[in-house]
Design a binder for this molecule. Structure first.
Ligand SMILES: [Zn+2]
Length: 46
């Protein structure tokens, strides 16, 4: 709970900051997208 994700906030392609949209709050399902590159990834609980 205390660890921060190191690279989640940067686009792997252009390095710009990612925007995120919460798809499912209960499952912590979040869609990440880059303004330039489009959708990047979707995170799900481990
Ligand atoms: Zn990008």
């Amino acid at each position: 709970m205390s660890d921060r994700a190191p690279q989640t906030w940067e686009c792997p392609t252009c390095g710009d900051r990612l925007n995120f949209e919460i798809l499912d709050d209960e499952r912590f399902l979040v869609a990440w997208s880059c303004v330039l590159c489009g959708p990047i990834r979707t995170t799900e609980p481990v």
